[in-house]
Design a protein around this ligand. Structure first.
Ligand code: UD1
Length: 451
């Protein structure tokens, strides 16, 4: 497979999985899905350099958007993640081909034939819903299982569906599926009640190949939206305003294959910055866009870290006892909800009381219980958590309840006395490319154990 440079093509779901990951990592991934733990021995300050991978939340919609063209798209800086495998499986079942090599992922949707993605693969990952926009645009029909994903709230898809309706699709929900149909999608003026990332992406993709102009108001402004818009524009799309609250999309039927490099993962970068901060370490990150990390950097500075930002890299050092800070999660450019759990881990070690308010998801404090098992003092009151520090953290057997909760437990383990065993580590594999290897090379005592 790709380690020896030979490419493989996918024709079935199992072949897709095989083609999308190297034999070694596929075997590892399968084992991880069974029963795998990450073991951390705390107390080592992180030191050295970590290269950040391509952004999970950018590459998933970009792979889905490749369905808009009937000629191949080549995507570079694709991270090695379980979620990338899943979206490629979804595409394969729709009749597209995915080809993974060391340097790129190629998606060829010329054979797109099925408008139905309604099986267990979709339920594994909420982002599968992102194929709906491209399917509606190209085939005029999309049938999808209601999506799954991390257990962080009810996460409805009403905003996606309302937008499709405004563009002329009729929507039906029946027995766990949602069915959207249209003779022809047409541009519309759509106001999103909340700046949902997924709804903005889905509607942007549908609108890119619809008739006429669509205006998305109160759109999400995340950097991953901008990356998706850049990808679609490289295909010949006409999207303006991505990264602001108003996005204008002129539809075109002529979207052609292109080449695109995925932006660095700001959440992965932020997680390593927090890991350096909690261990009193000194770390250089390569492949970062520091602009995307502004709220995270601001809070780390408030905690007491020294940070130096450069063109494509940055550096963090934390030699002082961390100070308590208050955090409120918000849509971009506010503090990211995907960094909330990792910051909670850090604030358990901070001097004083920190208040964390989660406004994006209604049920995203499940990591608090596990952090308490490690000695943290955390009180939850509705959407707020009060973290009293500094706690004496001790290693324990804990379980990840979702992707970022898993990262938070690893981070806590790095600072705890003794050994921490993090179960359900398959959640971490959804969104962190080689977390164990990257941390180990930066001096952490960390390993994986497949039981
Ligand atoms: C994306 C990210 C996820 C991140 C989240 C918020 C991907 C693959 N995932 O998820 O990592 O945590 O943005 O930054 O990019 N909502 C509705 N109706 C809808 C859609 C959303 O009520 O139709 C609500 C959700 O329940 C949630 C909030 O809006 O409370 C934010 O969701 P959204 O921005 O859509 O997140 P995702 O796109 O699912």
């Amino acid at each position: 497979m790709e380690e020896n440079g030979a490419a493989s093509q996918t024709t079935s779901a199992s072949a897709s999985l095989a083609a999308n990951m190297s034999a070694g990592s596929l075997a590892g991934s399968a084992a991880r899905q069974k029963e795998s733990k990450i073991i951390v021995s705390g107390g080592q300050p992180l030191k050295g350099s970590i290269t950040v991978s391509g952004a999970k939340n950018a590459v998933l919609p970009i792979i889905a958007a490749a369905l808009l063209s009937d000629s191949p798209c080549r995507i570079t800086d694709v991270p090695r993640l379980a979620d990338v495998e899943v979206i490629c499986q979804v595409l394969t079942r729709l009749g597209a081909k995915t080809l993974r090599r060391e340097q790129f992922l190629e998606v060829d949707a010329s054979g797109l034939a099925f408008a139905e993605a309604s099986d267990e693969v979709v339920r594994k990952m909420r982002a599968s819903i992102l194929v709906m926009g491209p399917l509606l645009a190209r085939l005029g029909r999309a049938k999808i299982s209601l999506p799954g994903g991390c257990a962080i709230g009810t996460r409805p898809i009403d905003l996606h569906l309302k937008g499709f309706e405004a563009m002329g699709a009729s929507i039906r929900k029946e027995r766990g599926f949602v069915l959207a149909e249209t003779k022809a999608l047409r541009g519309a003026r759509i106001y999103l009640d909340f700046p949902s990332v997924g709804a903005t992406e889905n509607l942007m993709m549908a609108a890119a190949a619809a008739r006429g102009t669509t205006v998305l108001e109160n759109a999400a402004e995340e950097p991953e939206i901008v990356d998706l818009a850049n990808f679609i524009n490289a295909m010949g799309g006409r999207i303006r305003g991505a990264g602001t609250k108003v996005i204008k999309i002129e539809g075109t039927r002529r979207l052609v294959g292109c080449e695109h490099q995925v932006i660095p993962d700001r959440i992965e970068a932020g997680s390593y910055l927090v890991a350096a901060a909690i261990t009193g370490g000194e770390l250089r990150l390569e492949n970062v866009i520091t602009d995307h990390l502004k709220p995270v950097i601001a809070k780390l500075a408030e905690v007491g870290c020294e940070i130096h930002e450069a063109e494509n890299h940055m550096w963090i050092r934390n030699k002082k006892a961390p100070q308590a800070v208050d955090i409120k999660t918000l849509p971009y450019p506010g503090f990211p909800t995907d960094m909330q759990a990792q910051f909670m881990a850090l604030l358990t070690r901070a001097q004083g009381a920190s208040v964390i308010t989660e406004t994006v998801f209604e049920n995203r404090f499940m990591h608090a219980e596990e952090l308490r098992r490690m000695g943290a003092d955390i009180r939850i009151n509705g959407r707020s958590a009060v973290v009293e520090g500094p706690a004496r953290l001790q290693g324990a057997a804990v379980k990840a309840s979702d992707l970022r909760a898993g990262a938070a437990l690893v981070i806590t383990g790095l600072a705890a006395e003794g050994v921490t065993e993090i179960g359900n580590s398959h959640f971490i594999d959804r969104g962190y490319d080689d977390l164990v290897g990257k941390l180990r090379r930066a001096g952490a005592e960390i390993s994986r154990r497949d039981d």
